[in-house]
Design a protein around this ligand. Sequence first.
Ligand SMILES: NC(=O)c1ccc[n+]([C@@H]2O[C@H](COP(=O)([O-])OP(=O)(O)OC[C@H]3O[C@@H](n4cnc5c(N)ncnc54)[C@H](OP(=O)(O)O)[C@@H]3O)[C@@H](O)[C@H]2O)c1
Length: 284
Amino acid sequence: MADTNPLSNCRLAFIGCGVMAEAIIAGLLRKKLVGPEQIAGSHPRQARREEMHVKYGVEMFENNRDAVTAASPESLEASSIVVLAVKPQRLHGVLQQLKGSLVKEQLVVSVVAGAKIETIAEELVHVSIVRTMPNTPAQIGEGVTAWTASAGVSEEQESQVCAMLEALGKTVRVENERQIDMATALSATGPTYIFLVMEALIDAGVHMGFSRHVAQELVHQTMLGSVLFARESHKHPAELRNMVTSPGGTSAEAIYQMEKGSLRTVLSKAVWSAYQRAEALGRK
Ligand SMILES: NC(=O)c1ccc[n+]([C@@H]2O[C@H](COP(=O)([O-])OP(=O)(O)OC[C@H]3O[C@@H](n4cnc5c(N)ncnc54)[C@H](OP(=O)(O)O)[C@@H]3O)[C@@H](O)[C@H]2O)c1
């Protein structure tokens, strides 16, 4: 049977092994898409290097360039991905260090918020760049990652990126970096909207007299169940809402108050403001 795993012959280097890099490494190993011997990582702190080595069996380096070299393709048939996973304020220094250490066949995948493909390409003098925007549920493999690629990225590399990002949950390929900013506002900032609504509903339960524990259990499962129901039923949210809105009932009363309080407009304005902020941060 043909090998359908696009990462079977790929080596990966993770530059900056913090929360996001660990989520990808853990997902890749859990799904057996790669073995630990295919992964190299770098981190400035020895304690973290040891932790990653003991936990996942991956080779760790202090120097970022050494991780890139360790993951360079072994042969013409082999491939290699360098994942940039440092905080945005560290990126410039890291790119300066890495400049000249990559071979042209290596693909660079950035998870760094706000970092433009053009900036990375110019600073590294490299053409194959993928920019991604994951979100925090990625840490439990339930995230959604928007991604886009520079013109220098091959079809084979694209399928490798897809397989790698699926270690974090679902993936959505978007057309351009403007849509990465849009995804930053909708899905990457998304958990913030959900957590705020969750908190408000739990507080409302406590206000009525439930213990916090009971209110939390009721709200968590209601949110989870509603999302799964919406996904499985393939119905428009308004249709699902109408199904439970009986004349003169509790849902009708609650909807009246939410519309009166402009909940829709507030959410729409929040997403739009986050989008404008993402664009502004990208211009800095
Ligand atoms: N976490 C998320 O859910 C999420 C979602 C979307 C996008 N992102 C993006 O993913 C990137 C990483 O985020 P994160 O949450 O994983 O951050 P993080 O946990 O802080 O990971 C970054 C790691 O890089 C290390 N580091 C610092 N300087 C370095 C250097 N010069 N070379 C190599 N490593 C260095 C840091 O070490 P110290 O701990 O010692 O500083 C830290 O462990 C960010 O750019 C962020 O915008 C994250």
